[in-house]
Design a protein around this ligand. Structure first.
Ligand code: ATP
Length: 212
């Protein structure tokens, strides 16, 4: 018997097809002290890119690059404000994993932990432009680049041309309308900046006398 050659579309190799079946999750980490419309619009752009299925917002208790700051607002308040800000947004989860992991919260450690815990998921790192520019200062950033893709949104006052070429090569810049706001500005100007956070977050800030 002569076996006929099989023609048709080239099928992905077993490993490739396993990769393609995986859920895709973007990790968007920060201090969120407090969460603001810049973060919220960034999350929408990450989701609308079509590159990922979900965004997990990772609340960092003590980020290595912000250790110069004397004190952050207590974790429970930052967490509650994040929950309020995203309570109506589908495909977004608030993640407290970094509170359980050893400190300081190195992103590589977090991504490796997640990859081991969720073998059916491919993780991406979601960033604002300022974080892309300073990415080469992050702990073992080359190891992050070799195992994970970065997706980023533009941010006023930052310029990704300052980023290292090796970082830019691994970063996808998404369609995004930039929002000119920072948590620092809210901490400094308190209730004057209320319009830059959702009403529920503004009410929480007032009730707990945060950033007054
Ligand atoms: P701070 O003013 O305290 O430094 P921040 O406003 O930069 O805070 P973070 O919690 O440090 O907020 O940021 C978490 C992530 O959100 C980072 O990737 C940062 O680049 C991104 N980000 C923050 N603000 C914006 C913004 N306005 N537009 C786009 N990305 C932003």
């Amino acid at each position: 018997m002569v076996l006929q050659a099989i023609s048709g579309p080239v099928l992905p190799l077993p490993n490739e097809s396993a990769e393609m079946m995986k859920r895709r999750v973007g990790i968007f980490g920060g201090t969120f002290d407090p969460v603001h419309s810049g973060h919220i619009e960034a999350v929408h752009s990450f989701l609308e890119s079509g590159l990922i299925d979900e965004v997990w917002v990772m609340l960092t208790p003590d980020p290595p690059h912000k250790r110069h700051r004397s004190k952050h607002t207590p974790y429970k308040h930052r967490l509650r404000m994040l929950e309020l800000a995203f309570s109506e947004t589908e495909r977004v989860k608030i993640c407290t994993l970094e509170r359980e992991l050893p400190q300081p919260s190195y992103t590589l450690q977090t991504l490796q932990h997640l990859t081991t815990t969720y073998p059916d998921t491919r993780f991406f790192l979601c960033l604002g432009e300022d974080s892309v520019s300073s990415f080469h200062t992050w702990h073992r950033y080359r190891d992050i680049l070799s195992d994970f893709s970065l997706m980023a949104v533009k941010r006023p006052g930052s310029d990704a041309v300052e980023a290292e070429d090796e970082v830019l090569e691994k970063t996808i810049f998404l369609e995004h309308k930039p929002v000119d706001i920072s948590s620092t500005a809210i901490r400094q100007n308190g209730s004057d900046m209320e319009q830059m956070v959702p009403d529920t977050v503004a009410a929480y800030m007032e009730e707990h006398e945060l950033y007054t």
